[in-house]
Ligand binder design. Structure first.
Ligand SMILES: Cc1cc2nc3c(=O)[nH]c(=O)nc-3n(C[C@H](O)[C@H](O)[C@H](O)COP(=O)(O)O)c2cc1C
Length: 329
């Protein structure tokens, strides 16, 4: 496969091919959300396959942003040692790795975080969180604190030896909740009825992380472009906002769904998010990664040939027992 095996540079990072392991929650941290030997062994095995880049599963940046029990934490300085072992287990195969940072916001559950979740508004996140509990509306100081939590987490990841970070702004989690008019009903400067208001929080997080990690450290954004739901965010919104995300410091858009999460309703075809990948790629001059339903190297090659994406993620296929990676790398 000609294009699949072409290298790609993302800021300081040289990827040897165009196939990535997208973030896949394996959720095998210990009961304190720390890295375990089982988790390192899983990522090492994935790295042996020969991916150009591995993006870790989502790791929570602060305790109130934890999405599930045993999800990995990057919320404490004491997490650096375990994260460093995780990075080493992947680097030992010559594969770069970036860590995905997340805050679940209103998608968190009280039984996991021990408090009422925080969100842009007192609105349920479709299909996530506690159905019988409305989240607390974030104040200006909550917003500033969570921004700082992303920064501290990014610095920990950098210290642990990762090659970059990915900021999770998809799948109905906190940054996506601000971006989506379904969950952002605010009327203030973070308002849900203007694109400027909806993008303000994700942009502040990207800017703050960029200023902390320096110029050469790659920042990817898991971009929940479109909700594919009535009244939700659209592909046009995603394309319109993409240049400002790039200007704030994003080096890669790892496109996926918004409130619809990582699947697209009634669209099982290979590369079911390729419309948004193409739109974002045209709008901003940074590389775009596409994942979703891609099962063969031929399909992947075609998306690269048609310039709909620069990188291809293979998620569930990589988890299939006895998967054959020949032809991919
Ligand atoms: C079990 C599982 C866990 C996932 N965990 C994450 C995650 O932690 N962060 C994220 O952004 N996406 C996550 N995803 C979405 C994948 O990164 C990917 O976008 C999705 O599986 C579609 O690609 P595929 O059809 O190749 O599997 C997960 C998907 C699955 C199936």
């Amino acid at each position: 496969m000609h294009l699949l095996s072409t290298p790609l540079r993302i800021r300081s990072l040289e990827l040897k091919n165009r196939v990535i392991l997208p973030p896949m929650a394996y959720i095998k941290g210990d009961d304190q959300s720390r890295v375990t030997p089982e988790l390192c062994a899983y990522y090492h095995k994935m790295a042996e396959a020969g991916f150009g880049l591995i993006v870790t599963e989502h790791c929570f940046v602060s305790p109130e942003g934890q999405a599930s029990a045993r999800q990995l934490s990057v919320s404490r300085d004491s997490d650096i040692e375990g994260m460093s072992r995780l990075a080493d287990s992947i680097h030992s195969c010559g594969v770069p790795v970036i860590a995905q940072l997340n805050h679940a916001g209103g998608a968190a559950k009280r039984e996991v975080i021990g408090r009422t979740p925080l969100a842009p508004g007192a609105v349920h996140v479709p299909g996530l969180g506690d159905p019988d509990l409305f989240p607390d509306v974030m104040t200006e100081s909550d917003i500033a604190r969570v921004t700082d939590d992303f920064v501290s987490a990014a610095l920990r990841v950098q210290k642990a030896g990762f090659d970059g970070v990915e900021i999770h702004a998809a799948h109905g989690y906190l940054l996506c909740q601000f971006f989506s008019p379904i969950t952002n009903r605010r009327k203030d400067a973070w308002a849900g009825y203007t694109l400027e208001g909806r993008t303000r929080f994700p942009l502040s997080v990207i800017r703050a992380v960029r200023s902390a990690v320096g110029d050469s450290f790659p920042i990817s954004v898991r971009y929940g472009c479109c909700d594919y739901l009535p009244g939700g965010s659209t592909v046009d919104d995603a394309a319109a906002a993409a240049p400002s995300f790039a200007e704030a410091g994003a080096d890669l858009f790892d496109v996926s769904g918004g409130m619809c999460r990582y699947q697209r309703p009634e669209h099982p075809e290979p590369g079911y998010f390729s419309d948004q990948a193409e739109a974002v790629k045209k709008a901003a001059s940074v590389p775009v990664a596409l994942a979703g339903g891609i099962k063969t190297p031929e399909q992947a090659e075609q998306f690269l040939e048609e310039e709909k994406a620069d990188l291809i993620g293979i998620g569930r296929l990589s988890l299939s027992p006895g998967v054959d990676f020949s032809g991919w790398f």
